[in-house]
Design a protein around this ligand. Structure first.
Ligand SMILES: N[C@@H](CCC(=O)N[C@@H](CS)C(=O)NCC(=O)O)C(=O)O
Length: 250
């Protein structure tokens, strides 16, 4: 199979797509793109949309982590990304939808909020990437890219505060799916590959890691993406992190 995956380094849905290609045993070439620049490149190579992951596979162009999951299952059914049983499949699809539509964006906003205030951690997220220019040059030109990305992703105070307030319930949802066997089973599925990178990205923030790493959701992320690139030292206002503090017993 002739496959090329377009990614932004450390992008959580891009990592989801990589994990699914690996799960299928499909060898692929990877094109690393800088955020913002990625939009023009994707259009130039013929994709209709402006986001990564975007996959060219045997002449077809597939964009979006959920679409990629389905196309990979169609092209190479074994090992599957979805259970054969219709009820189990529906549960996995709902978890996958939640990962894509509800969990991805707030985590992305938290990261860009932090990077906008301190660009130094950005380099750690690009480790191992081939951006077509030296990493030191890329980092020097990062300011407008960071500003545009923060704006494009609505990484403002209100969204980040809201996301942090919603995070405990979202983590609980993931823990519950793990307990119910929808996620974290012996054979990983499309929802595991969708959700674990978002949790993994959240754990690259020192502010969030302690509230996540020891719970089932954190364990799942460590199992599925053990070496998530990047690290952001504490930066979020402590008052915003209060929803993540453990509830005192008694
Ligand atoms: N939810 C979609 C969207 C993915 C998405 O928004 N990707 C971001 C990177 S994480 C992107 O391409 N952003 C454009 C940019 O940063 O310029 C998916 O799972 O494929």
């Amino acid at each position: 199979m002739d496959a090329r995956l377009y990614v932004i380094p450390a992008s959580h849905p891009s990592i989801a797509a990589e994990l699914m290609l690996e799960h299928k045993g499909i060898a692929y070439a990877r094109t690393d793109l800088l955020p913002v620049i990625s939009k023009g490149v994707l259009r130039a190579v013929g994709f209709p949309g402006i986001t990564v992951p975007a996959l060219k596979i045997d002449g077809a162009k597939v964009q979006g982590s959920r679409q990629i999951a389905r196309e990979l299952d169609r092209l190479r059914p074994d090992p599957p990304l979805f259970p054969a049983d219709p009820e189990k499949r529906a549960a996995v699809e709902e978890a996958e939808r939640f990962g894509d539509e509800e969990l991805q964006a707030p985590v992305r906003q938290m990261l860009w909020w932090g990077i906008k205030r301190d660009k130094a951690p950005l380099r750690s997220y690009s480790e191992g990437a081939k951006l077509g220019l030296p990493i030191s040059v890329a980092m020097k030109t990062a300011a407008p890219i960071v500003a545009l990305s923060a704006r494009f992703n609505e990484a403002d105070d209100d969204h980040v505060r809201g996301g942090l307030a919603a995070l405990p319930a979202m983590l609980q949802k993931v823990d519950d799916w793990i307990a119910a066997g929808v996620l974290g089973g012996e054979r990983l599925n499309a929802a595991d590959f969708q959700i674990a990178p978002s949790i993994g990205l959240a754990m690259t923030l020192d502010d969030l890691r302690p509230a996540i790493e020891d719970r089932p959701a954190g364990q799942l992320a460590k199992r599925v993406v053990p070496n998530y690139p990047g690290r952001t030292p504490p930066i979020l206002p402590p008052a915003w992190l209060e929803p993540l503090q453990p509830v005192p017993a008694g």
